[in-house]
Design a protein around this ligand. Structure first.
Ligand SMILES: [Fe+2]
Length: 233
């Protein structure tokens, strides 16, 4: 597998490039609209064909590059069935397989941050990878107080689905605000402060106490992400 992790300094978003070197087919997970030219240059330099853009959920803090990349490369855009976006060629549901050349990505419905939140699992040569979007962050988790978020659901998504993978599974989150790039299931189970609670009620209490400000781009990003990157404001 050819794998790259890109960072957007404006929104602290991680974008992942996953490609099958034999076929030259590539997918991008959570690309940011402002970095479209950068991705196209990277794909060109690596001699890859962008086949698919996957978004883990409808983002409130940045505009997805999915619409623009589709225009420029004729790639397919994918989002979960729960998403309200009109910019979707294929809607995946829990357990669906997304093929990128010989690579097989499994979509995992992990609601809680939003109702359309998914994680992606991949096993390459015995190594498990989880791309957790904003469901599970390194030593944190995505907020659950808007976009049909639900802390109880998020607790179960993390505990019952994501942490059920082997201890050595690599966790690649949708954001990090402190420069951490990757973690593992064992590390998060032991050290993620949000996960040291006894049940979903205690988790919901912890999340309700966070009192977070709205993301500065929310009023622009959510409508734009439902309309192929076209901002209506
Ligand atoms: Fe998010």
């Amino acid at each position: 597998m050819l794998f790259r992790q890109y960072f957007d300094h404006e929104s602290y978003t991680y974008t992942y490039l996953i490609a099958d070197p034999d076929s030259g087919e590539a997918a991008l997970i959570d690309p940011v609209q402002d970095k479209t030219e950068f991705y196209l240059q990277q794909l060109g330099e690596l001699k890859l064909t962008l086949a698919q853009v996957l978004d883990t959920h409808t983002h409130a803090d940045h505009i997805s590059a999915n619409g623009l990349l589709r225009e420029r490369t004729q790639c397919k855009t994918l989002l979960g069935v729960e998403s309200q976006s009109t910019c979707v060629d294929r809607r995946f549901t829990h357990g669906d397989i997304i093929e990128v050349g010989a690579l097989r990505i499994t979509a995992l419905h992990t609601p809680g941050h939003t109702d359309d939140s998914y994680s992606f699992h991949l096993n390459v040569q015995g190594q498990d990878y989880l791309f957790t979007g904003d469901t599970l962050l390194i030593r944190g988790s995505g907020r659950t107080d808007f976009q049909n978020g639900n802390a109880h659901e998020q607790y179960h998504s993390i505990k019952d689905i994501l942490l059920s993978y082997p201890d050595t599974t690599l966790i690649y989150p949708g954001h990090d605000y402190q420069g951490r790039t990757v973690s593992t299931v064992a590390e998060e189970r032991a050290h993620n402060p949000r996960l040291q609670v006894r049940d979903s009620n205690a988790y919901a209490e912890l999340m309700a106490g966070l009192k977070l400000a709205s993301p500065k781009m929310m009023d622009v990003a959510v409508p734009a992400n439902q309309a192929c990157g076209q901002s209506r404001v």
